[in-house]
Design a protein around this ligand. Structure first.
Ligand code: SF4
Length: 366
């Protein structure tokens, strides 16, 4: 398959792994901040091709995992209202919080509809004017343009029955927060290629400079990921800390200017609570005040206090790269995809789900 097979080519993967091994002379730690990259690393065993003194850490790159529990509870509460059609990407359905999950609400009779795009929710709002249609706007910079477009379409069509429950988060402030934490051992980041496709790479430059940390825009296939790692360790060994782009087939330095302009016209930066990480300044997006009529919280009430999570779950440490999923005492025992204690085990992009899927057998028989 074009654009896939050539980036999984075994000889090229082996040559990249050898180049990395030949480059690394000291212990380094590189963090990826993308659930898709985490799953690719585990699925293809890329971490097992690397030298012992090079560690890959998995950061808060799963948007479902970092969506605050209070927001999930609000979603469940809104979905339960008889006048509401609650539209969401399907990966949010099983995500648990204090009031259960959206799948539970649906099984109790709530009109929860999985959709592929927020524009489907706009179409539902136009077709069913007697219902209140709410779309759950979750995700990083990647989903923000389509959500902004949905608001613009609702505005153009004069829809008074469409709103967003906005849980958008931004990657650069999260990197800044991780690097500012005391005792951080992160030496370099792989920046998620799809985020950079929208936002470009300029926002990373001040972070790389300020913290002396290379940041490499990287794709999702084995060759992409190992190219990113090689770029990062070459910089580290040379004492450099730059932003580099090894995903040039998709990422332009300025990103997608039209998408960025749309996002800026509809959203504004706000402090955001990240599940497991706490509040990070200016790390979220919310609707601009003049578009507040499309805000589901303005229509259905503000968020309540976040419920406490299961005390056995160390997802916060996993999301910050302080522990690997298989170091969690509950991993594979009290916590499995069928009986998850935390979101990283239930989300398709979660690190715990990746370890369960690709490493559980090894850990269980070790
Ligand atoms: S394995 Fe389960 S309990 Fe442990 S951190 Fe992951 S989600 Fe939480």
């Amino acid at each position: 398959m074009k654009y896939v097979d050539e980036f999984r080519e075994p000889d090229l993967v082996r040559r990249l792994a050898a180049a990395i091994a030949a480059t690394v002379t000291r212990p380094w730690t590189v963090m990826e901040v993308c659930g898709g990259q985490t799953h690719a690393i585990l699925r293809f065993g890329l971490d097992q091709l690397l030298p012992d003194n090079l560690t890959l850490l998995h950061g808060p790159g799963c948007p479902v995992c970092v969506t605050p529990a209070a927001m999930i509870d609000k979603a469940v509460e809104i979905a339960a209202r008889p006048e509401v059609v609650f539209c969401t990407f399907a990966d949010m359905l099983p995500v648990p919080a204090g009031k259960g999950c959206l799948a539970d609400a649906k099984s109790r009779g709530a009109d929860v509809r999985p959709v592929y795009s927020p524009l489907e929710a706009v179409r539902i709002a136009a077709a069913e004017p007697e219902r209140e249609v709410v779309f759950f706007a979750v995700g990083f910079e990647t989903t923000a343009p389509a959500n902004a477009l949905a608001v613009r379409q609702a505005e153009t069509q004069g829809l008074g029955n469409f709103s967003l429950l906005v849980a958008q988060v931004l990657v650069p402030p999260a990197l800044e927060s991780l690097l500012s934490a005391p005792g951080t051992g992160i030496h370099a980041f792989l920046a998620a290629g799809h985020v950079c496709t929208v936002m470009g790479t300029a926002d990373y430059a001040p972070i790389a400079r300020r913290h002396g940390v290379p940041i490499v825009a990287t794709g999702f296939e084995p060759v992409d990921i190992l190219s990113g790692v090689l770029s990062a360790v070459r910089q580290l060994e040379a004492g450099e800390a730059r932003v580099e782009n090894v995903y040039a087939r998709a990422v332009a330095p300025a990103g997608n200017p039209a998408a960025r302009a749309l996002v800026q016209a509809v959203f504004r930066p706000v402090d955001r609570d990240w599940r497991g990480l706490g509040t990070i300044p200016a790390s979220g997006l919310d609707l601009r005040p003049e578009l507040r009529r499309f805000d589901a919280c303005a229509r259905f009430g503000a968020l309540a206090k976040a419920p406490a999570g299961d005390p056995r779950c160390i997802a916060g440490r996993v999301l910050q790269g302080q522990a690997r999923p298989d170091q969690c005492p509950a991993f594979g025992g009290a916590c499995t995809p069928d009986r998850p204690l935390g979101v990283p085990m239930v989300s398709a992009e979660g690190a715990c789900a990746a370890y369960y899927l690709y490493r559980h057998q090894e850990t269980a028989t070790a």
